[in-house]
Design a protein around this ligand. Structure first.
Ligand code: NAD
Ligand code: IPM
Ligand code: MN
Length: 358
């Protein structure tokens, strides 16, 4: 059988550094463990855009859609491109272009030391956020009128389709059923957004009827933010719209040790045979870039999620176990209590996974 094609887009800032380390893990699986993958390195990001104007070429998009099994993305965002045009083309080109409607973001603390809440431990922080990933306020519909005048108007439409809402909600319930979770929470603002989120609310309880073993609960997203910092333990699976999912998962990252610990997968959930895109939740963190201080663990956990997608769930479990050890043994970066650099954490992971290469 032909190798599975894995596209790598390091992107900008610390994205480049963490993907360099994540690539070593993938190379270990390829060269030392016989995992049939071919790595395809793509030079896309702010440097490329500033050099020749390239953002996300059609031929590359077509090859990813037609031939790749997975994409690993670092992060996009560079102060030299204040309009973020390249970032939107690449990131949304992947998410929208491949119809990766579920952005699956686990909020899981691997060790008590990572949990900043008084009286709470790692067992209290273990849920998965299903963020709608192809609609909402992110579609870019709208515009500006009379820009720069006292009468200016700026509009971003919030697009919610029955199909889009329903498939994301169903993905959350399917996950709960598959993993023996007792509850799914819908986080919305149906009290204020009476058209769009009435659709979410109605659809949520309709879909819930198909899953009698899973309890469907509703929470307003503002209250969810309160509960998550008071006691996150009741939350197992959360389904929510694109924008709220973005915000809630940065809050969630704060409960699991920071953005350096938060992984994510962008999937077409109803058909896992389709190409998926994997990225740490964090951005390009310009102030940390080039200093060998970025925490690569989020990108390693992201490789773990990719390994499950490729058919090796036991490797995701191993990577998570090594990440837990790295934190406990302080073989990690400063943000999570260690004193190692990005690359040295990569060395620790490769050793722990049994690699003979450095
Ligand atoms: P950010 O995630 O880059 O940084 C937020 C905070 O978390 C900073 O204090 C940073 O130092 C810290 N942090 C992030 N990742 C870390 C890591 N691996 N190790 C240690 N600390 C880490 O968010 P921001 O500063 O709001 O955004 C910077 C740029 O990244 C912007 O251009 C933004 O649009 C972009 N961004 C891109 C993505 C993506 O490509 N998926 C995601 C988020 C932000
Ligand atoms: C994320 C990021 C992106 C988002 C930005 C860079 C557009 O914050 O992946 O969480 O809002 O989806
Ligand atoms: Mn975000």
């Amino acid at each position: 059988m032909a190798d599975k094609l894995i596209a790598l887009i390091p992107g900008d800032g610390i994205g480049v550094e963490v993907v360099a380390q994540a690539r070593r893990l993938l190379e270990h699986y390829r060269a030392e463990r016989g995992v049939p993958i071919t790595l395809w390195d793509l030079d896309l990001g702010a440097d490329r855009y500033l050099k020749d104007g390239t953002t996300y070429p059609k031929e590359i998009a077509a090859r990813i859609a037609g031939e790749a099994r997975a994409v690993l993305l670092g992060a996009l965002g560079d102060p030299r491109v204040p309009g973020l045009e390249h970032a939107r083309d690449i990131l949304f080109g992947l998410r929208f272009g491949l119809d990766l409607y579920a952005n699956v973001r686990p909020v899981k603390a691997l060790d008590d030391s990572l949990v900043p809440l008084r009286g709470r431990t790692a067992k209290d922080v273990d849920c998965v956020v299903f963020r709608e990933n192809t609609e909402g306020i992110y579609v870019g519909m709208g515009g500006q009128f009379k820009r720069g005048t006292p009468d200016e108007i700026a509009i971003n439409e919030d697009v919610n389709t029955r199909k889009g809402v329903e498939r994301l909600i169903r993905a959350g319930f399917e996950h709960a059923k598959k993993h023996g979770k007792k509850t799914v929470h819908l986080a919305d603002k149906s009290n204020a957004m009476k058209h769009a989120h009435e659709l979410w609310y109605r659809c949520f309880f309709e879909v819930a009827k198909e899953y009698p073993g899973v309890e469907a609960k509703h929470v307003y997203v503002d209250a969810l933010c309160l509960y998550m910092v008071q006691d996150p333990s009741p939350f197992e699976v959360i389904v929510t719209c694109n924008l709220f999912g973005d915000i809630v998962t940065d809050l969630g990252a704060g409960l699991q040790g920071g953005l350096g610990m938060a992984a994510s997968a962008n999937v077409h959930a109803s058909d896992p045979s389709r190409v998926a895109m994997f990225e740490p939740v964090h951005g390009s963190a310009p102030p940390l870039a080039g200093k060998d201080v970025a925490n690569p663990i989020a990108s390693f956990l992201t490789v773990g999620m990719m390994m499950t997608h490729l058919g090796y769930p036991e490797e995701e479990a191993r990577i998570e176990a090594v990440a837990t050890r790295a934190v406990r043994e302080k073989k990690c970066t400063r943000d999570v209590g260690g004193a190692l650099g990005t690359r040295a954490v990569g060395d620790f992971f490769l050793d722990a996974l049994g690699s003979s290469k450095r």
